[in-house]
Design a protein. Structure first.
Length: 175
């Protein structure tokens, strides 16, 4: 009987060891999968965007109907693929549009740009971002290039951008 009991104990031990092995394998696979998804969702701050095509600039001064958070100088830049999209009305995957908001300073009747307040980024990938019209939306405060302030997958940004559906969800125009 001892022999059987010992054999049964070894069988249970091997079974548990196999289960733990599978559990470790499964855990590693899940961690790797999450890492790949996270890598696809990592911050994509566009380097040197101020050297891209300048689409336009607008100035919102105090006293208007827009909130204080929107006051300042609004610069819009587009990478080469996005420039083509402005012409055709269809933005190809890989198009990137940057909206930079800076303080508007006034001195002796001259308005000039001050410190950066934020950088908003639109990145076109129609396969990854189907629920937001094919666009990924990011926001960076001041000069931070690592912390994306958009935490809802871009849903809040896209809710507003649906107003520009006739121009592929892009508000700005290249003239």
């Amino acid at each position: 009987m001892t022999n059987r009991s010992g054999s049964s104990h070894r069988t249970q031990f091997r079974s548990r060891a196999r289960s733990r092995g599978w559990l470790l394998f499964l855990s590693a696979w899940v961690a790797l999968s999450v890492g790949v998804v996270h890598a696809a969702e990592s911050v994509q701050y566009p380097d040197n965007f101020r050297r891209w095509v300048h689409v336009g600039t607008g100035v919102i001064l105090p006293g208007g109907t827009l909130p204080e958070s929107e006051q300042g100088m609004h610069h819009i830049f587009a990478n080469p693929k996005a420039v083509d999209g402005y012409s055709s009305g269809e933005f190809a995957d890989g198009s990137v549009i940057v909206y930079e908001l800076r303080e508007a300073q006034q001195k002796t009747g001259v308005i000039f740009e001050g410190e950066r307040r934020r950088v908003d980024v639109m990145i076109k990938d129609s396969n990854l971002y189907k629920s937001t019209g094919g666009w990924r939306f990011e926001r960076f405060w001041a000069n931070d290039q690592t912390q994306d302030a958009v935490h809802d997958g871009g849903a809040s940004c896209f809710a507003c951008h649906t107003n520009a559906k006739t121009h592929a969800f892009v508000f700005s125009q290249l003239h």
